[in-house]
Design a protein around this ligand. Structure first.
Ligand code: GAP
Length: 405
């Protein structure tokens, strides 16, 4: 994809907005930064949590065939020896040497010390708990194991903001099937992944599928599709879908007793794998919008309300008028905060400045308490995208917002 100045500008704008508005900061910044790490601020955490929740709701809570797990990040070296990562999870350095990108560490002290690794994918935490899951829940095939969690890779050249980091998060599914069904479920998961991307609010015109060639596939995969995204720095992998066969269960010597015919068998695996950080970055690229309001250029994030870090911001028109502040706090902010949680109080600067700030955070509704409110018990609700304002009765606010999220 052609890259031009506008694309570079867009990345710079997104990175600086994220810092300015409390979403994402460079890691260890006051000591000069640590490449490939980022720290998430208050609104960034909210955004990330909303994305995880939307994913978990679709792929776990609304189904009956999925089993969650939260495995330890530190795993025994035998796991990674068996999985092939110790031997082969390497990238070439600039001078052509192979460099294993797993973070090696030690566990324990003195004679008790053993080598261990921080997991480079969440997947193995599921495979090593396959037996626990089968014994505890007796699932019938097909069924899935699901994990959201951190993964670590000592990337040789971390770059492009959240795109290539050394510490990141994955949302992964290992879907266990009968071998003969693999093509059916591969297609099924391909369409489920696309559905979720659409639900999240990605610009689907930027999403493309790439059939990964034999030579480029991971050692465990018989077929892989990369979902690529047109980032400002080029078309790059967003998520992956792999047919891992029975590779992992076999190497860990795990099996399944098929209740239908009492036969022991090794299920095959379809793996939808999605990086949260790349989900956030592609979403930021998708929703970042600029327009002109009242002759002024403004930028805003057009998040869907269920994904936005803040659902609504409450403002007293003037912060030095105690009667406005009191009303805005007790009659609007406190009840809405109790109902929706992701509610902000914003009394800093004039109203125009507050709107600009909330636009940049992507807050769908700004609610202003003014002098009329004190007599008519109604507030002004401003829509982020259109700037349109309407008067809404304070007693109807919860309903008004619920109907729109
Ligand atoms: N279990 C399969 C697996 O880990 P992968 O393609 O190596 O496959 C899956 O990683 C996803 O994790 C990628 O599609 C991407 O979304 C995310 N990811 C991988 N490396 C990353 C990195 N260095 N920084 C941010 N996200 C990364």
């Amino acid at each position: 994809m052609k890259k031009d100045r506008t694309d570079n500008d867009l990345m710079e704008k997104i990175v600086s907005l994220c810092k300015r508005r409390g979403l994402i900061y460079p890691g260890s910044e006051i000591y000069g930064g640590l490449a490939g790490t980022y720290d998430w601020g208050h609104f960034g955490v909210a955004l990330k949590n909303n994305i995880k929740q939307s994913w978990w709701k679709k792929f776990v809570d609304s189904r009956r065939d999925m089993y969650g797990i939260d495995a330890a990040i530190l795993m025994r070296q035998e796991v990674w020896q068996a999985s092939g990562h110790v031997a082969g999870f390497s990238d070439p350095t600039p001078d052509g040497k192979q460099f294993n990108v797993m973070f090696k560490t030690q566990v324990g002290a003195g004679d008790e010390t053993t080598v261990s690794y921080l997991r480079p994918e969440t997947a193995q935490g599921m495979f090593v708990n396959f037996k626990n899951t089968v014994d505890a829940f007796h699932p019938k095939l097909p069924f899935g194991m699901v994990q959201i969690g951190k993964a670590f890779r000592n990337e040789i050249a971390p770059r492009d903001f959240l795109f290539r980091q050394r510490e990141f998060e994955q949302m992964e599914i290992e879907y266990f099937i009968r071998p003969a069904d693999w093509e059916k479920y591969f297609e099924y998961w391909r369409s489920e992944m696309l559905d979720w991307m659409q639900e999240l609010g990605l610009d689907m015109g930027r999403v493309h599928e790439l059939e990964v060639l034999d030579a480029d596939r991971a050692h465990y995969s018989k077929r892989t599709i990369d979902f690529e995204f047109d980032f400002p720095f080029g078309r790059k992998e967003l998520f992956g879908l792999a047919y891992r066969t029975d590779f992992d269960l076999k190497i860990h010597k795990l099996e399944y007793v098929d209740k239908e015919n009492s036969e022991k068998m090794i299920p095959h695996v379809i793996e939808p794998s999605m990086g949260i950080d790349r989900a956030v970055l592609s979403l930021l690229v998708s929703v970042y919008t600029e327009d002109e309001k009242n002759g002024e250029l403004r930028s805003y994030l057009k998040f869907k309300p269920n994904i936005a870090p803040v659902i609504c911001a409450i403002s007293p028109l003037l912060k030095n008028k105690p009667e406005l502040v009191e009303y805005a706090n007790t009659k609007v902010y406190v009840p809405l905060k109790a109902e929706f949680g992701r509610v902000a109080w914003d009394d800093n600067g004039n109203i125009g400045k507050r709107y600009r700030r909330q636009d940049e955070i992507g807050t769908p509704f700004c609610i202003v308490v003014d002098f009329d409110t004190l007599t008519d018990n109604a507030v002004t609700v401003r829509d982020r995208d259109t700037g349109a304002q309407e008067r809404v009765k304070v007693e109807d606010l919860k309903k008004y917002i619920k109907e729109r999220i």
